[in-house]
Design a protein around this ligand. Sequence first.
Ligand SMILES: Cc1ncc(COP(=O)(O)O)c(C=O)c1O
Length: 358
Amino acid sequence: MIPVCKPYLPNRTKLDAYIDSIYQSCWLTNNGPLHQQLERRLKDYLGVEHLLLVANGTLAIQIALKALNITKAVHTTPFSFVATSSAVAWEGADCVYTDICPKSWNLDPNALAASEQTKGLLATHVFGNPCKTHDIERFAKEHSVRTVYDGAHAFGSKLSSSENLWLAGDASIGSLHATKLFHSVEGGFIVFKQSEHYELAKQLINFGIGQNHVPQHVGINAKMSEFHAAAGLAVLDDIDEILADRQRVYFRYKEQLCKYLQFQDISAGVQYNAAYVPVVFPSEEVLLKVSNALSNKQVFARRYFYPSLNSLNFFSSTDYQCPNSESISTRVLCLPTYFGLEDSDIDAICQTIISTIE
Ligand SMILES: Cc1ncc(COP(=O)(O)O)c(C=O)c1O
């Protein structure tokens, strides 16, 4: 059986060494030594200053919106995982959907329309492909809109060899869920541009407790435990090999399938992490035929992200038409990709796809 993804399991001896240190310190959560170590190492690795580890990527979005005081209505993309929209709605705000670019599948900055109500923007670097952050920031500046980037898929991607994706906008979030190429089983992080938002978020994730243990805000519990930090550290030790292996898998598929199927357009100069292998079929009918042919061979591809989020009636009080997102979401399938997926399995999957569509 070949699943769409297999979580990376770090070397057991290395993981045990981190776990042993938890047994020695008897410090299980609340900013323990491993949490501090992971935070330090991630700041170095990502080249950022104000990084906060949290319990998961969904809470990361919610805390970022809260710390930036983004309320009421948020410009966002209809083509993302459901958590992008649900985090907005959970914060009591309305999703204002802007259609995506049919090639990059990211929110199209040219389609953004200013609105009185909308004081925030949440865009996803979908499948790890960086958004056009310069164009988005231009819009944000012109209309005094705060921006948050959902970088749940983007660990290891760069805007260019010199431009850091995690420094775009007012905040960016990452997910460290087990399905992500870098993970801590469950977990997430937020990178803030300004220290004041970081300091506020640090209190928000710990019940709103501030100095002298006195609550200062309505907070929540979004802390990461030492066991999760241990898993994160053990996986981070292997990150270079993990990223290199994703490239191998991605380009082996692309070489065989690009003349039959549409791949996501990655802008020139972008350093792409190849976190996923999404392919677009000419129609939903062909997608379903291929998906059935693969599952008959015990290969399980997945329909990320279907349906287009604007078609769900609980995230927004307005009906939005997003034809590009609606079209891509009915025709996109993510092919299996994970560390150690055999070349021969990739070739067999490509053969099944080609023989089904030809
Ligand atoms: C685009 C996107 N945003 C947010 C999330 C939520 O992250 P988490 O599962 O860590 O809560 C995910 C999870 O897969 C995601 O794909």
